[in-house]
Write a protein that binds this ligand. Structure first.
Ligand code: X90
Length: 277
């Protein structure tokens, strides 16, 4: 029996320690150039190029064949996707699930629309690993992560929402606020998996303060928390310090965004996944 976690690259995890794992890349397209969100990508090079690039740029989700390739050879699969309200990744994974089961009737495949992305997906992956190590069956893990993922949440703090607006993922009027000098928008993934705005403010101090307040409202009490940043380790560390000061020592770690989240969160952006109520 081979159990595997398969996630699209919006989770910012291209490799995974301690369990069979495959990442299915999304792509960033700018004119003639195509950037695949995998380990071979020069992320800084992509961001530099995009900064000066004046044409249209966008992204594309994995196709059915990409998901099928990632499933090959496994007989128990937990596939996680970015929210279906922002991407076609989920529907492609569901089609791959149907095809894989036709090819291998014994295989078990769960596809979870995480209604989120980034570090919230990481928490769900960690939970799958934990339950697998505890010897739980496919069905037990499936039920447990459906329940667990209802109590994990995602915040994001962005200085620019230009790429989100240009690609129709947020209205231009919402994005305009984030375009103002020094204004950072704090938002959350809603229960339906859509972008929800929580707060606008000038300066990191106010943003950190707003994040701490919102963490309390969402029922964070010092459980697990993961921070992903787009080329901004110092803000991530400062936030981690303030969270520890307020909630005490918690299971907290920081990692960089890979290409897809970097494209949308843009330089300086932070994403926070955490356990709440
Ligand atoms: O299919 C595709 O081309 C991918 C489209 C992805 C669109 C949004 C990605 C956002 C990543 C920014 C903030 C997080 C918002 C999440 C709210 C549910 C990071």
């Amino acid at each position: 029996m081979k159990r595997r976690i398969v996630s699209d690259s919006s989770a910012n995890m291209l490799t995974w320690e301690g369990m069979d794992f495959a990442s299915v890349p999304l792509k960033i397209i700018a004119g003639e150039r195509e950037y695949v969100d995998d380990e071979s990508l020069d992320l800084s090079g992509m961001l530099d190029y995009l900064q000066d690039y004046k044409g249209k740029s966008g992204t594309s989700c994995p196709n059915v064949a990409d998901w099928l390739d990632a499933f090959q050879g496994a007989d128990e699969i937990f596939a996680l996707t970015i929210t279906s309200s922002l991407s076609g990744s989920y529907s492609m994974a569901v089609q791959a699930q149907t095809e894989y089961r036709e090819l291998f009737p014994q295989a078990k495949v769960m596809v979870l629309d995480t209604l989120s992305t980034g570090p919230e997906m990481v928490l769900i992956m960690e939970k799958i690993q934990e339950l697998t190590e505890a010897g739980q069956s496919f069905e037990q893990v499936e039920a447990a992560i459906r329940e667990y993922s209802r109590h994990t949440h995602l915040f994001f703090a962005l200085e620019s929402m230009k790429n989100l607006a240009n690609n129709g993922r947020v209205s231009h009027s919402v994005a305009a606020v984030a375009g103002l000098l020094g204004i950072r928008v704090l938002g959350a993934a809603s229960e339906e998996g859509t972008l929800q705005m929580l707060h606008n403010g000038r300066g990191w101090k106010r943003t950190f303060h707003a994040i701490i307040e919102e963490l309390e409202k969402y029922g964070f009490t010092g459980g697990k928390l993961r921070i992903a940043h787009c080329q901004n380790p110092s803000a991530a560390e400062e936030l981690a310090e303030q969270i520890t000061k307020r909630f005490g020592k918690c299971d907290l770690s920081i990692h960089p965004c890979t290409a897809l989240c970097s494209f949308y969160a843009e330089r300086g952006g932070l994403m926070v996944g955490f356990e709440g109520v």
